[in-house]
Design a protein around this ligand. Structure first.
Ligand SMILES: Nc1ncnc2c1ncn2[C@@H]1O[C@H](COP(=O)(O)OP(=O)(O)OP(=O)(O)O)[C@@H](O)[C@H]1O
Length: 374
């Protein structure tokens, strides 16, 4: 089993500006295995860049744990931080000016991180040439960044990011300034590097085409991971479909989407599912034999048997005399009772199915151990 290169556990980041506090990450959990290529998606302001800045050692968590390649990011001191940034993570930014120093040649840009590491000249010259060849710029080492096309600049930036062979590559909207053909070319190239070098890659993106090319897409909402979409190893037959991914719009034939549920049973419904509950803000939770049903309050009709013998999941009162509802807040957050979590053989994820009038939550059998495609 591959080890985790990234572990975030209940990660919290609060920015303080004068008297104002912004909670950018509110208890985010994330695990990324060695060799995975994943995409992070989410609305503007959901916390994607904050997470990337923490993983890149550019910012520090307020609370919780963030571990990258066995480095605990809340414990790095000021001496260790530059070393971490130069050796453990590679960065690929949207803007070329942030990736490459414009006055240096491409070769010098690639040599710089190696010089900072203390690599000897005989070694870094040779390594720089092989990196240039790896990214398809073997003859362009003497050019300056602005003499290259946008796609070539991103390839050169990849060579800089890979110069010290980091275990993790962080890419923040790496194709945001490229046309769609070059976007596909760069993404396919990153995929190739991921396979060839076994490097773990996290890409932040607004672009749904990115999500269709990676192993796993995590949607971040309000500073927490809300859904996970995994690409299936084998597409499902068409007659076995349960509707598509609600978050990133990919077919359930090729992708399986699940929702994250935190330790307390809190889950964030995707907006399509949350609309079932907008009117009342309340839901009936029905624990069935192999799944859990969530109904807008008043629509679920219990069988006569469960109405007499059934008990309220939370306070243990008879359902014959008490109707128990779960609250769904405006953001679509719902707290599952303990019985429901037990039914779902809780492993931090559930599969959501939108059914007429209600939603169903099913246990997720497929974990990351079985979804690998390489
Ligand atoms: N340095 C900062 N000081 C104060 N607030 C900040 C700072 N950086 C980010 N924030 C706030 O934290 C929240 C998360 O921002 P973040 O940039 O991580 O979101 P994002 O998902 O990357 O957005 P986008 O897709 O627009 O880049 C936002 O409310 C943002 O305004």
């Amino acid at each position: 089993m591959q080890e985790h290169v990234v572990i975030c556990d209940n990660l919290i980041k609060i920015y303080k500006a004068r008297d104002l506090e912004v909670v950018a990450l509110q208890g985010l959990d994330l695990e990324v295995r060695q060799g995975e290529m994943i995409a992070l998606v989410g609305a503007s302001g959901s916390g994607k860049s904050t997470l990337l800045n923490i993983l890149g050692g550019l910012d520090t968590p307020t609370a919780g744990r963030a571990i990258v390649a066995a480095h605990d990011l809340s414990r790095l001191n000021e001496e260790q931080r530059p070393h971490y940034r130069n050796l453990i993570v590679g960065h690929l930014w949207q803007q070329s000016g942030r990736n490459l120093l414009p006055d240096l040649t491409i070769a010098d840009n690639i040599q710089l991180p190696q010089l900072l590491k203390g690599v000897r000249a005989s070694r870094y010259k040779q390594h720089t040439q092989s990196l240039l060849e790896l990214v398809g710029l073997g003859t362009m080492g003497k050019k300056k960044p602005l003499q290259l096309s946008g796609g070539e600049q991103q390839r050169a930036a990849l060579a800089v990011a890979l110069a010290n062979e980091p275990p993790l590559l962080l890419a923040d909207e790496p194709t945001g300034e490229l046309d769609s053909a070059t976007t596909l070319e760069i993404l396919a190239f990153m995929r190739q590097l991921n396979h060839a070098l076994g490097i773990t890659i996290i890409i932040v993106t607004h672009d749904a085409t990115v999500a269709s090319l990676v192993d796993r897409t995590l949607a971040i909402r309000d500073g927490r991971t809300s859904t996970e979409t995994i690409r299936r190893q084998q597409p499902l037959p068409l007659d076995n479909l349960h509707g598509g991914s609600t978050t990133i719009g990919l077919s359930s034939q090729t992708h399986q989407e699940s929702l994250f549920v935190d330790r307390t049973g809190m889950l964030q419904l995707p907006s399509e599912a949350a609309t079932f509950f907008t009117e009342s803000g309340r839901a009936d939770v029905h624990v069935a034999t192999d799944h859990v049903e969530i109904w807008p309050t008043g629509l679920f009709v219990p069988s006569p048997e469960s109405a007499i013998h059934g008990k309220s999941a939370v306070i243990g009162l008879s359902l014959a005399s008490h109707a128990e509802t779960a609250l769904v807040d405006r953001a679509g957050r719902l707290q599952l009772p303990k019985e429901a979590l037990e039914q779902l053989s809780f492993n931090g994820r559930v599969r959501l199915s939108l059914v007429e009038q209600h939603i169903e939550l099913w246990p997720v059998q497929t974990t990351l151990d079985t979804q690998r495609t390489y």
